[in-house]
Design a protein around this ligand. Structure first.
Ligand SMILES: [Zn+2]
Length: 382
């Protein structure tokens, strides 16, 4: 079997000791401090000189900063955590400059990191065996932290030898995770001759060009309802009270459960599509359902679609499949798959429609998926 070298991340739930948990929180705090400190520094530097303070300069300043009396505490945590924070900041600026060049001046200026934001993490780099994963004892070794326990994964017994970096996270509900990124091998799948067009359904999650709908799992709705209820309850409580804090934790846990359920579902569906088809055609952007779906369902589904596309993209790359993205201006829904006529009169509520020219009756979503497949194959041929 032919294999391919890829970068793969393995996530484990961490069970740190009290001391380790404290150090993790401290590391996250220090990384946030460095980010915010240099964000302010870079902003001010630009205001004063009209020039950019780049990563290398910031890194030099950080070294000096760590030697000052007021900032000695920065030395208590993993030095890579701080350096990577600077790198993240630099990436945020690079993205911002790119948007500026495209004319989106108001978008994307880096923000200060909040103490209670959703993304609480720090990243460390691999060097001289400072990160190790022991699948037998279920422990991971991290710089400054030492060996920390993680939850056993029954399916996994071995671990790749070449580690690149590790990210330690604390979720809003207070759980700890480590994501270890390593060089791994995946088996390239044998070539097959099936291809598929995929459209995001109005009611279903997806519609395939074969006509097969892929439904959102029922539990999405159930947990979604639970979350809405919990959030309503929270909004009625007195901020900062004991009950409020308890309820906020409950909301955070529900958010995490929904995110996990969604991720599992998206992984299953994307893997299946990639395994079963040689060519996968997707639409680049999906705006058409945004009006119809209600708020909560919408946010779950919207987030789902972009994650799904990302998964299909990297899995296609891993397994030797071809992904074709169709431009957002292609009229996949309004075009008749039979004669090519574009029907501008089609409204959002019409599930079925008849082509005014050739009189073919279309199922709205299936017709769109079929159009996406044809357009994808056309692009490939051209
Ligand atoms: Zn027609």
């Amino acid at each position: 079997m032919e294999t391919k070298q890829v970068e793969k991340a393995y996530v484990f739930r961490l069970y740190p000791t009290e001391q380790q948990a404290e150090l993790i929180s401290k590391s996250i705090g220090c990384a946030r401090f460095v980010y915010n400190y240099f964000l302010a520094r870079r902003s001010k530097y630009y205001e004063e000189t009209g020039e950019t303070l780049g990563y290398t300069k910031c890194s030099e300043e950080l070294t000096l900063l760590k030697q000052t009396k007021e900032h000695l505490w920065l030395n208590e945590v993993d030095k890579f955590a701080l350096q990577n924070s600077l790198r993240n900041l630099d990436t945020a600026f690079v993205n911002f400059f790119r948007e500026c060049q495209r004319g989106n001046i108001k978008q994307g200026y880096p923000n200060f990191k909040k103490k209670h934001g959703n993304r609480q993490s720090y990243r460390t780099n691999f060097t001289n065996d400072n990160i190790k994963v022991d699948m037998e004892t279920c422990q991971v070794k991290l710089p400054k932290l030492g060996w920390a326990a993680f939850r056993k994964n029954k399916k996994q017994t071995t671990f790749p030898t070449e580690i690149i970096n590790a990210t330690v996270k604390r979720s809003p509900s207070g759980r700890f995770f480590v994501s270890v990124c390593c060089v791994d091998q995946v088996e390239i799948l044998p070539e097959i001759d099936k291809c598929v067009g995929v459209d995001m359904g109005l009611k279903q999650f997806l519609i395939l060009s074969s006509g097969e709908p892929i439904e959102n799992p029922r539990y999405f709705r159930k947990t979604g309802r639970q979350l809405a209820q919990a959030q309503r309850r929270l909004s009625r409580m007195k901020k900062g009270s004991k009950n409020y804090i308890k309820q906020r934790l409950k909301v955070a846990k529900l958010h995490e459960r929904i995110a996990n359920q969604r991720k599992d579902f998206l992984h299953k569906q994307s893997t299946r599509l990639v395994k079963e088809n040689q060519i996968i055609c997707l639409e680049d952007l999906q705006v058409k359902n945004m009006i119809l779906n209600r708020k909560l369902a919408k946010s779950i589904q919207d987030a789902g679609w972009s994650d799904f596309k990302r998964m299909v993209a990297y899995k296609s790359d891993w397994y030797g499949r071809t992904l074709v993205q169709i431009g957002k201006f292609f009229p996949s829904t309004k075009k008749c798959g039979h004669c090519g006529e574009v029907n501008p009169m089609l409204t959002l509520s019409e599930r079925e429609w008849q082509c005014p020219v050739c009189k073919t009756i279309h199922d709205r979503d299936q017709n769109a998926a079929a159009n996406i497949l044809n357009e994808g194959l056309r692009i490939l041929a051209a």
